[in-house]
Design a protein around this ligand. Structure first.
Ligand code: AGP
Length: 622
């Protein structure tokens, strides 16, 4: 977890660091810190630990920062080892205070290393795994290595995950950065250079962007970046194309990123479909075929696939549940699905004809990344569905299907979740297409249905005012049940997850038919049940399950298709949505009012929707 940034060169080092940290806050915000270097002066360090106010508090306390600073590092933390406190906040220093570093990841052998270094006389000030690194590098320097070699030598002794950046008061302008597992990107202009945990932190500041790979080390100086591999051989730099602009990473007039990102969903879906549905000649044009532009697996290889595994976490896992329905139904392939943190520990049976679909908006979630790596080690073909170009998962997989949602800053996934479902539906249809399972007219109908989704999602968002009114009437409720069946079940799970993570309200998602096998004992007058009751294949059965909870006094909120008075008659509150043109596409529309319900309930409770407590957007620890 955590976000790191480093800047060298130019006169605006501190404002640049603080600005980038603001863009990295979604990775963690229980503390924030910076260190600055100015030639001939000791390092200047400030750290603050005031929860979501840490960065603002830090920025307000920089009056004594050296104005002549020309290089520095910054960090926003999501605590793993050691409680959130100023002492545990980064940057951490060595015994002399002349070396400082920031780190994202977990050093698994920190206790062992710490004991060894303490025995050599090093004094640890914090409870973190990170501080051990500062002392380890100090130790190697005391044995004669320069900063660069000391970092490289230390890397060989580390177990676990790290992206780190190190500075030393005796090395003006130099930042040494390295990574294993945790992401690290680099940026350069003529007179400056930067390192950061992700691209948005560098947007508008760099002319060229580069990605550091596992076990690589970067020597970063103003206007210059030299990258070496684990054998210290220099690697030629390959600039990456970054299409995101700064505005895309800012709030654009909305109160918060989550509402901006919910409103961006129609465009995000349209962008994700762009170029992938091929129109037929004729007027009006209809869609006739699918095209996957970033595929690195041939149609022949896809035709040979006889089993699909889906691995993902959180909202990405819920998108994966929709994919299971779509791939089984359209492509007639068996699909297994696992939360990624369980997958590699249960000995799944894979071979070279298995397609493993790893879904991750960030492309860096360590559980999913490691699941994909263990699948690749068993010769399975790995296809990543991710929103981040050049993320670890994108680079390491056999094929990648990008969602084109643009940067998502709010911790709660919204537009990336919808575009994941779109990408996965495209994949399912593509598999069916290469397996020759569609009549052209059937495929054209489904592609047309996909093409109509941006407009339908926009209509669902336009009804936000009605959802807000429902949220206000439910603002006093603390326990919610979310029910759905078939593709409505992942929608229910996603609705419950959104509510939990930003409202801190108890919300359980169940397959509606399972309720009578136990959970219905919890239903009593006053319980609120939200059910996905759009016209998907098991609609009638959902209504029967709704009747069962109604009979026990529950307040019923139904997601229903516009004009469906028969369904609305069973509800105390209705969340109206347009009907999808194909049942398997319904989750893309039906989840929208549940995002909005969670959003408005969270606001009614006075919560910070973009930065919910205890969470970080990208989970880079196991
Ligand atoms: C979603 O709202 C959550 N913040 C979380 O469950 C998220 O989906 C999960 O951590 C997976 O992240 P990824 O898609 O970046 O892998």
């Amino acid at each position: 977890m955590c976000g790191i940034v480093g800047v060298t060169g130019g006169t605006e080092v501190l404002p640049n660091l603080l600005d980038s940290l603001g863009r990295l806050e979604y990775r963690g915000y229980d503390s924030a810190g910076v260190v600055l270097g100015a030639a001939g002066l000791p390092l200047w360090r400030r750290r603050r630990a005031f929860g979501t106010k840490s960065l603002a508090d830090l920025a307000a306390d920089t009056g004594t920062a050296p104005p002549e600073a020309t290089w520095g590092l910054g960090h926003v933390r999501w605590a793993t080892h050691g409680r959130p406190s100023e002492t545990n906040a980064h940057p951490h220093t060595d015994c002399s205070g002349r070396l400082a570093l920031v780190h994202n990841g977990i050093i698994e052998n920190y206790l062992e290393l710490g004991d060894h270094l303490s025995a050599l006389g090093h004094q640890m000030a914090s409870e973190t795994d990170t501080e051990v690194l500062a002392h380890l590098i100090e130790q190697r320097m005391s044995e004669g290595a320069g900063l660069e070699d000391a970092v490289a030598n230390s890397m060989t002794e580390l177990r676990g995950a790290f992206a780190l950046a190190v500075v030393h008061a005796d090395e003006p302008g130099l930042i040494v950065a390295a990574r294993r597992v945790s992401p690290l990107v680099l940026g350069r202009t003529e007179g400056s250079a930067m390192v950061a945990s992700d691209i948005p932190a560098l947007l508008g500041k760099a002319d060229e962007f580069f990605v550091l790979d596992d076990d690589q080390l970067a020597v970063v100086r103003p206007g210059s970046i030299v990258v070496t591999d684990s054998n210290r051989n220099e690697i030629p730099l390959q600039p990456r194309v970054v299409e995101w602009d700064l505005q895309a990473a800012e709030r654009g007039g909305f109160d918060d990123f989550m509402s901006k990102e919910i409103h961006e969903q129609p465009t995000a879906i349209a962008d994700t479909l762009l170029g992938r549905l091929l129109p037929s000649a004729g007027s009006p044009p209809a869609y006739r075929a699918l095209h996957l532009d970033e595929e690195r697996l041939s149609d022949e290889e896809l035709r040979a696939v006889d089993k699909v595994f889906v691995v993902a976490c959180g909202s990405s896992f819920h998108a994966g549940l929709v994919a299971k329905h779509a791939i089984e139904h359209w492509a007639r392939l068996p699909v297994e699905i696992d939360v990624a943190s369980e997958f590699r520990y249960r000995d799944p049976v894979l071979d070279s004809n298995t397609l493993v679909v790893a879904i991750s908006q960030s492309g860096e979630t360590v559980d999913t990344l490691q699941a994909a790596r263990s699948a690749a080690a068993q010769r399975a073909k790995v296809l990543a569905v991710t929103n981040v170009v050049d993320s670890s998962m994108a680079r390491e997989s056999d094929a990648v299907l990008y969602t084109r949602a643009g940067p998502e800053i709010g911790v709660a996934a919204t537009k990336t979740h919808l575009t994941q479902i779109i990408a996965l539906e495209i994949l399912a249809l593509y598999l069916a297409q290469v397996r020759g399972l569609f009549y052209p007219s059937e495929l054209a109908m489904l592609l047309g249905a996909l093409g109509s989704l941006p407009e339908k999602v926009a209509r669902a968002i336009e009804r936000g005012g009605e959802v807000e009114a429902v949220a206000q009437r439910l603002a006093g409720v603390r326990n919610f049940f979310f029910l759905g069946r078939h593709v409505g079940y992942p929608v229910a799970l996603e609705g419950a997850l959104k509510l939990k993570e930003i409202s801190y309200l108890r919300a359980e998602g169940y397959p509606a038919g399972e309720l009578k096998h136990g959970p219905i004992a919890l239903i009593e007058p006053g319980s609120v049940v939200v059910a996905v009751a759009t016209r998907t294949p098991l609609w009638e059965k959902v209504l029967s399950n709704v009747a069962e909870v109604r009979a026990r006094g529950a307040t019923v909120v139904l997601v229903a298709n516009e004009g469906d008075d028969e369904t609305a008659a069973l509800a105390d509150e209705v969340l109206w949505v347009p009907a999808a043109d194909s049942p398997l596409l319904a989750p893309v529309i039906d989840v929208v009012p549940l995002q909005l319900l969670a959003y408005h309930l969270a606001r009614a409770h006075g919560n910070d929707v973009d930065r919910p407590r205890n969470l970080a957007k990208t989970v880079t620890v196991e």
